[in-house]
Design a protein around this ligand. Sequence first.
Ligand code: KIV
Ligand code: NA
Length: 268
Amino acid sequence: MTTTMQELHRKKQMSRKITMLTCYDYPTAVLQDKAGLDVIFVGDSLGTNELGYERETSVTLGEIVHHLKAVRRGVQEAYLLADLPYKTYDDPGMAMITARELLSHGADGVKLEGMQEAVISHLAGSGIEVCAHLGYNPQFHEKAAVKGKTYDAARALLESAVSLQNAGASMIVLELIPEELGKAITETLTIPTIGIGAGRYTDGQVLIVHDMLGLTPHPLRHAKNYANAGEWMLQAFRAYAEEVTNGQFPQPANARTMIDSERERFMG
Ligand code: KIV
Ligand code: NA
């Protein structure tokens, strides 16, 4: 049985935390699903973390679909969310085409950034589950910065969150906002809030998988390294290169041999 949006809402009602991570490939999806993550998310952070782009805005719909298909093959239990990339939801009609493309490749719901009330109400009106995304919006803000630090900015973000819920959003990601605002939005909304750099009180947390695995070169304040995968990988690559270079790998145990009688004939 796969996780439904209703179950995520029930978690909020029961004050049980929602767990979410980004994911861009099949083996990672299998492991995240096995670990019991509630939401597995193909974000457009695909671009900066997996494809080597400078900005999320370079990610195309085709690229999201390509990775979504791989992740879909690995997810059995979790709710599978996918990002609408930059410039693929300029108006409600365009957003509908994009969202349907992601759903047709196995997304359970879609996420988009900013104050897109018309788009959200159009998608939600035809039964599509939409996750909103406020605070720092990588598709629209040049630099990563905390949003809502002043009274006025915080009030505006709180009102925006309410508007997006009213427009029909099923869930909302809050990125880089003060903890006090994360708490206020979470207490005001009936839909689940998922924080990243939004403090302790949101209904759930999301991290970029590369950040929490230690694959990102520079540690980030909002994230935590649960592993040092980057260090392990580097050590493994170096050890392999060294062993191949000096003839330690492969060993006879790693090699395949011919049938004895055939070998004699073959070797002469
Ligand atoms: O694409 C992404 O990884 C995101 C998260 C920061 C929520 O949108
Ligand atoms: Na994103």
